[in-house]
Every structure is written in C-alpha cells, then in structure tokens.
Design a protein around this ligand. Structure first.
Ligand SMILES: Cc1cc2nc3c(=O)[nH]c(=O)nc-3n(C[C@H](O)[C@H](O)[C@H](O)COP(=O)(O)O)c2cc1C
Length: 211
C-alpha cells in the first residue's frame, strides 16, 4: 500500500487524527497532512496548541489515524479523554482505536515558520485495518467542517472577533446541512454543540472586552 493509495496528495490536504507522544504525555488532535514526495509527509501545526508543544519539546514520532468518522474527529477536539488507544507496531505514539488505517511515522525535521511549525514525517509502517466502501453523505463532512471553523475561532478570537463571528455564521450553515441531510440524533447533537460552544467563546470574549 502506497501513501497515494490512501488518498494522500501533494496538492490537497488530507484530514487525519494525529496522535503524538512525548515522555508520558499523549495528545490527539485533527490535523491536515500533505504529501511531500513518495516517502515523506508534512504537517503545519499552529503554535499555542498542545500538539505543537509536544513537537517542540522533542516528540520523535506520531501516528496518522485515518478515518471518515465525524464522531472520532469530534472526540479528538471535545472529548480527548474518552478516546481509546491501542499500541502501535513501530513507534511509541499509540493508535486511535476504530480507524480505517494507520500510518506510523518518525518526525525527521521541525522548522519554525513563525505562526506555525512545519513538521516533516517519514512513514515507518502503513496498516490498513478495514477496506471500506461507503457512499458519500453530506452530514459527516459538514460536522467536520463545523469543527474546523470552531478550532479556527479558538485560534483567532483574541485578535479578530469579526472573523470569529463570520466563522460562527458558517457553522450555522453546516448545522443546516446536517439537519437537512440526517435524522441521526448524535450528528445533530454534535453540530449543535459546536455552534453553542462557538457562541459561548464569542460571548465571553465580548463580555471581557466590555470590562
Ligand atoms: C479537520 C481538522 C483539521 C485541522 N487541521 C489542522 C492543521 O493542519 N494544523 C493545525 O495546527 N490545526 C489543525 N486543526 C485544529 C486542531 O485540531 C485544534 O486546534 C485542536 O484543538 C488542537 O488540539 P491540541 O491543542 O490538543 O493540539 C484542525 C482541526 C480540524 C477539525
């Protein structure tokens, strides 16, 4: 199995769930990955996040957990402590249980690019646990897009409330898509919670600015 067969590309970010460990600390978070060449991948990890902290402290490996499950993406942002792990075969960072495939990687370079660090990865092992054929649905990607907006709000709320507001409006659109395309209660609950959390973050920031 080659990286390209798993959907990795030089042009388009593939969204995965990254597990990374350093000493006893383990962190999990959704991240975008680009193919650099046939043997290397790269991440752009923004500063101020725990993932970045572990990388800068010297984490030597990580796992790219591949899944389309919006629940796993949601848990990786909001319910990290409920994520269940299993050991990897070649690296110290664990896998997230229940994913479709895993790419175990060594960290081979970390470059400081100001707002973010660029992390170069060398895959050590690719393991496909499930070959899935699943028809596309609109609800799960909409939940993941709403999560992207929410995590961006967290990143820029300090300096740009206007942008945060406009991202919140986008989350409302994704919520409409979810409600329009599924009766699944869990998906509806997740997107509603994402919107409520976004509203809360913006409300708190505005209240602080008033004082
Ligand atoms: C689908 C998706 C893709 C993301 N891609 C990135 C990324 O490439 N780089 C990044 O720094 N943050 C990215 N994020 C945001 C982080 O996952 C988010 O800020 C997370 O809460 C960081 O967790 P941490 O502080 O535990 O590291 C992404 C979020 C989502 C939902």
């Amino acid at each position: 199995m080659r990286l390209r067969d798993l959907g990795f590309s030089k042009l388009t970010y593939s969204e995965i769930i990254l597990t990374i460990s350093h000493d006893d600390a383990i962190n999990v978070a959704p991240m975008g990955v680009l193919l650099e060449d046939d043997k290397r991948l790269s991440l752009r990890v923004y500063k101020g996040q725990r993932t970045c902290e572990l990388i800068v402290k010297g984490a030597i490996d990580c796992v790219l957990n591949i899944t389309c499950s919006s629940t796993l993406f949601y848990d990786a942002v909001f319910k990290k402590s409920e994520i269940s792990y299993s050991p990897s075969e070649t690296v110290s960072s664990p896998r997230v249980r229940g994913c479709d495939a895993y790419v175990e990687c060594s960290v081979i370079d970390v470059e400081d690019c100001g707002e973010y660090v660029r992390v170069l990865l060398k895959p050590q092992l690719i393991r496909v646990s499930r070959k899935i054929i699943k028809a596309y649905n609109r609800a799960e990607p909409a939940v993941i897009e709403a999560l992207v907006c929410f995590t961006k709000i967290l990143h820029l709320i300090k300096n740009n409330v206007e942008m945060a507001e406009s991202l919140k409006e986008r989350i409302k659109i994704f919520r409409e898509i979810v409600y329009h395309s599924t009766r699944n209660k869990k998906l509806r609950m997740m997107v509603t919670e994402i919107l409520e959390r976004a509203e809360e973050v913006i409300r708190e920031k505005k209240a602080m600015d008033k004082h």
